[in-house]
Design a binder for this molecule. Structure first.
Ligand SMILES: [Zn+2]
Length: 199
């Protein structure tokens, strides 16, 4: 009887974990078909190896187009000073997001292009859709020249945009002021994405 109770508990726990994993993930656009996640910092570090290629990569949502969801800016890590722009050129993969997804972990599949290419594509696209020039600047840019990142004094890899506790030692994370990120010379034409609450 005791054995039965324990195995029932184990099954219940497994079901709970499985449900928690799927309910928090939000899928956008096409399904992600590439299994391997190429770190965004590796792509930024050697552009020549990636331009023109389709990859699955990941990062943290920093800012986005708030008028139509046609682009988002993602950071390789919370404390990164470099940001990569993801454009959703197809209307049906527009990113229906609000500010509540800022700071969330996202996995993206798309083609790596140069920032110049992205700008040209985007301009042509806006013209096609009859959007005004102000559209490009309709972004949720934070005010000021710095932003606050919270890290654990004992575990520097534990980072957050809010004053959470460390997931390893439970200490309160301490604030640091860092420079606002600048956009990378690379961009991504996104075809699909999965947004996760936390990594
Ligand atoms: Zn810690």
């Amino acid at each position: 009887m005791k054995k039965f109770a324990i195995s029932t508990l184990v099954i219940l726990l497994m079901v709970t974990v499985a449900t928690a994993g799927t309910t928090e993930d939000k899928h956008f656009g096409q399904p992600l078909t590439i299994e391997k996640v190429t770190p965004l910092k590796d792509i930024i570090a050697s552009p020549a190896d990636y331009v023109g290629k389709e990859v699955r990569t990941a990062g943290y949502i920093f800012e986005m187009c708030t008028s139509s969801g046609c682009w988002i800016g993602i950071l390789p890590s919370i404390d990164s000073e470099e940001i990569v722009k993801i454009s959703w050129m197809e209307t049906d993969v527009r990113f229906p997001i609000g500010e509540e997804t800022t700071g969330h972990y996202i996995e993206i599949q798309g083609e790596i292009i140069t920032a110049e290419q992205e700008e040209a594509d985007h301009e042509a696209h806006m013209e096609e859709e009859g959007m005004d020039a102000d559209h490009e600047h309709a972004e949720a840019a934070p005010e000021g020249t710095t932003r606050t990142v919270y890290t654990c004094p004992m575990h520097p890899d534990v980072q957050s945009e809010t004053r959470d506790r460390c997931s390893i030692c439970n200490m309160y994370l301490t604030p640091h002021e860092i420079a606002l990120p600048t956009y990378s010379a690379l961009a991504i034409t996104g075809i699909g994405a999965i947004v996760k609450e936390k990594k």
